[in-house]
Design a protein around this ligand. Structure first.
Ligand code: ATP
Ligand code: MG
Length: 285
């Protein structure tokens, strides 16, 4: 039986989370520093460790069947591949930044300026769409120092907190795109590989759902059950277990991670006590 070949970043910001995701899906593999290729022990996949820039091309050519990388690189490389799933990690944005002492009154600022970037394709499309004529200076790294050394007037670079820009005397003025890690795939996977991919996606979604939700347990007087159930819609309806103390129950449900604090306040106000919130390891809907 053939294996599904998965390309992940060898060394960089995506590496740890990509490996962790596969491990959380129960896939076991050896993970030496100098290893470029490894076969999983308990699932039909082979991992290829590559530079993220090369992943779209390799997936297009089916050297790898699928790959994990940032959407920013997927759009920049513009290869004939499918985006299969967003993974939620490595969130960042591609932005335009200018020297912090410069006043900014809109995209007209960039007219006839020189912009340094590692994303010439995305930047070029953005400038074209906005009818801005500017020169693109393509450099492969340390883009943020370009204005400081007189190489360009502005930069188009990846930002997460913006602190690197500030340290280099720049400020962010426009966001061109928002990015996160995704899975891309070759467009012509055969039925066998597609089947392995489906099994893998099933596991990945279970891991993602688990991360996005928390298990919640609380004690409440019976009289407050209806009110509390309205605050906690849960997966279906909450589970209720009687307590030894008469008139009281323990109520169990699932709450979305991002709604968590808001719900907790509502629950306390409704009369809930002894609230426990517990991480979920896998969640199959
Ligand atoms: P490679 O050597 O594999 O080419 P690289 O230097 O191009 O690596 P990294 O800096 O490791 O790339 O970043 C990989 C990806 O992580 C980026 O393409 C982007 O999607 C995401 N990323 C970059 N910077 C950040 C950040 N500050 N916060 C979150 N995600 C980021
Ligand atoms: Mg790279």
């Amino acid at each position: 039986m053939s294996e599904l070949k998965i390309a992940i970043q060898k060394n960089g910001r995506l590496s740890e989370n990509s490996k962790k995701l596969l491990e959380e899906c129960g896939i076991k593999f050896s993970n030496g520093i100098s290893v470029l290729k490894t076969t999983a022990r308990n699932f039909p996949v082979e991992l290829l460790f590559l530079r993220d820039d090369d992943i779209p091309q390799y997936v297009e050519q089916q050297v790898a069947d699928i790959g994990i990388l940032g959407e920013n690189v997927v759009f920049e490389k513009n290869k004939d591949v499918t985006v299969i799933e967003q993974l939620g990690f490595a969130q960042c944005r591609l932005s335009l930044a200018i020297p912090k002492e410069d006043k900014y009154e809109g995209l007209g600022y960039f007219m006839n300026k020189k912009i340094a970037t590692s994303y010439p394709h995305i930047l070029n499309s953005f400038l074209k769409k906005n009818k801005i004529i500017a020169e693109i200076e393509e450099i492969s790294g340390s883009v943020e120092i370009a204005p400081g050394i007189g190489l360009a007037n502005a930069v188009c670079d990846i930002v997460s907190s913006g602190s690197t820009l500030l340290t280099n005397g720049l400020h962010e003025v426009e966001t061109i795109l928002k990015s996160q890690a995704v899975i891309i795939g070759n467009k012509n996977l055969g039925p066998e590989k597609q089947e392995i991919l489906n099994r893998l996606l099933f596991r990945i979604r279970a891991v993602k759902n688990a991360k996005e939700n928390k298990y919640i347990l609380l004690n409440t007087p019976e009289s407050a059950i209806t009110k509390i159930c309205n605050i906690l819609p849960g997966m279906k309806s909450p589970t209720i277990v009687p307590l030894v103390e008469k008139g009281w129950v323990s109520l169990h449900s699932v709450v979305k991670e991002d709604e968590f604090w808001e719900r907790i306040d509502q629950l306390k106000a409704a009369g809930a006590e002894g609230i426990l919130v517990i991480p979920i390891e896998k969640m199959i809907l």
